[in-house]
Design a protein around this ligand. Structure first.
Ligand SMILES: NC(=O)c1ccc[n+]([C@@H]2O[C@H](COP(=O)([O-])OP(=O)(O)OC[C@H]3O[C@@H](n4cnc5c(N)ncnc54)[C@H](OP(=O)(O)O)[C@@H]3O)[C@@H](O)[C@H]2O)c1
Length: 207
């Protein structure tokens, strides 16, 4: 859901995209075909070799497997929307004293991890993209420890149609990841459907 949709939108925004990691290669090929942009299917290794940035969008239980398949990620920017959910998706398996994004950064210490896109449901992404030329954009928080990678992530966030909000270092994922459970509650348990984004407004202070 996240990888397929974000990859499609980035292809439509003009990026070269490699769709990888699924049990069916046909699915990846279909995604690439339907993206209507410069997109192709490949292995995680292909994606890692060629890309400036990698989106990690797998269930927490699949992270080790996909990282192994991706190979050497030294110096690569990994934008992760993956949440450290337990096996039955009822709770965060890592929280409060660490975060999934920090745990990921420990697994791949030579890569540069940015936590982004995990705070919105996949169902809202196409709607945000369709409204991207409007002045009033929804916010999207992101955090990370590497300035260059954060710049890449902010560009990818803007390309989807969000207003990127730099929340600081990667450890702030301890707050953004649980915040997502609130968003999920509103999106999936409310009456108005899952096409939900959020927007921060400032009042007073510096203008
Ligand atoms: N969905 C959301 O709205 C949302 C929002 C915020 C954050 N997130 C987080 O984003 C991450 C991805 O969520 P998602 O909903 O996008 O998941 P998803 O739709 O299930 O996508 C996961 C991908 O992993 C592949 N995969 C799973 N098991 C595999 C295996 N054994 N071998 C090879 N490929 C395998 C799936 O391919 P197959 O076609 O083979 O299943 C699919 O391409 C999760 O960590 C989630 O917590 C999701």
């Amino acid at each position: 859901m996240m990888g397929g949709k974000l990859g499609t939108l980035w292809a439509r925004a003009g990026h070269e995209v490699v769709f990888s990691y699924a049990r069916s290669e046909q699915k990846l090929k279909r995604l690439a075909r339907e993206a209507q942009g410069n997109a192709k299917a490949g292995t995680p290794g292909d994606a890692a070799r060629e890309a400036d940035a990698l989106l990690l969008a797998v269930h927490w239980s699949r992270v080790d497997d996909v990282l192994k398949q991706a190979g050497d990620l030294s110096g690569k920017t990994i934008v992760s929307c993956s949440l450290p959910m337990n096996a039955d998706d009822t709770d965060l398996a890592i929280a409060h004293t660490s975060s999934g994004s920090e745990a990921l950064a420990k697994k791949v210490p030579t890569a540069r991890v940015v936590s982004a896109f995990n705070t919105v449901p996949s169902e809202v992404l196409f709607g945000v993209f369709a409204a991207r030329r409007k002045a009033r954009k929804p916010s999207l928080v992101y955090c990370g420890d590497d300035a260059r990678s954060k710049k890449i992530a902010a560009e990818l966030i803007r390309d989807v149609g969000f207003d990127p909000v730099d929340a600081g270092p990667l450890r702030v994922a301890r707050y953004t990841e649980p915040f997502t459970l609130l968003i999920a509650q509103l999106a999936y348990e409310g009456d108005e459907g899952p096409e939900l984004a959020y927007r921060f407004e400032r009042f007073g202070g510096k203008s």
